[in-house]
Design a binder for this molecule. Sequence first.
Ligand code: ZN
Ligand code: ZN
Ligand code: ZN
Length: 282
Amino acid sequence: MDIKLLGTGAAEGWPGLFCDCVVCTHARNSGGKNIRSRASALIDGVLKIDLPPDLHMQATRYGLNLRDLRYLLITHSHDDHLCPTELQYMGQWFVTRPLPNNLQIYGPTPALNRIQREVDISKLPVCVTPVSPQQVLNLDDYRITAIEAAHDPSQLCLNYIISTQDGTQVLYASDTGWYTEETWQFIERQRFDAVIIECTKGPTPTDYSGHLDMFQVIEMKARLLRTHSIALDTPFIATHFSHLGRSTHEELECALLSHNIVTAYDGYELSVSAAKRVVLAP
Ligand SMILES: [Zn+2]
Ligand SMILES: [Zn+2]
Ligand SMILES: [Zn+2]
């Protein structure tokens, strides 16, 4: 499974559009990995996670042709993860020849309702299917399991476990919050070859419980290690960072490296295979 993180920033982007804090100023001056666009991932060139407002920039920046997309998983309806009007450019008025596939869109009902409110999907090559927590989707090449995030009490938000036929399994967790015990018990029965998880607040905890800070991400990793859901060398990748965490990319990298956690950046790529999995003694 080839994963590319097209966007690794939180809602307001990094630098924040209207922010001149030290971190944003450093980002504007230094560029590179300190520039983060909104949350977006692409798997094997055919499976997209989330549809952020930066998608055009991301596709252009990485030379992506999105005509071959087959599946779109939406995590939740927040603006940084879902910009429904981008879908209109799949329509016959905006392409010189029809798309080869109907894009199958899956997500929680509030997100799909938003798409249907903002775009007339009857004229687009898409089909939309609501997903519930712990529901399994058997797509041609992937087995997708939705799990409930603890991100926004006003609406259902999902994270996804993505598996391929060779047994490779990845947890994509953004936006997340600290899972409920029910979700924990479900994921602790799984085995992951990589975990991609939000670390929105970096080293600066706040009272807001809908996002994770660095210490919670470290605790999550420890818990998954205890239940053998991951091994010590399983790639564990932090993403969806906010400048409000008050750390530059370099500072985050330094802080997370000692916990063997990767600080993702826009354009980060990872190739994951169950064949590389370390077999644990029973
Ligand atoms: Zn977000
Ligand atoms: Zn800032
Ligand atoms: Zn969100």
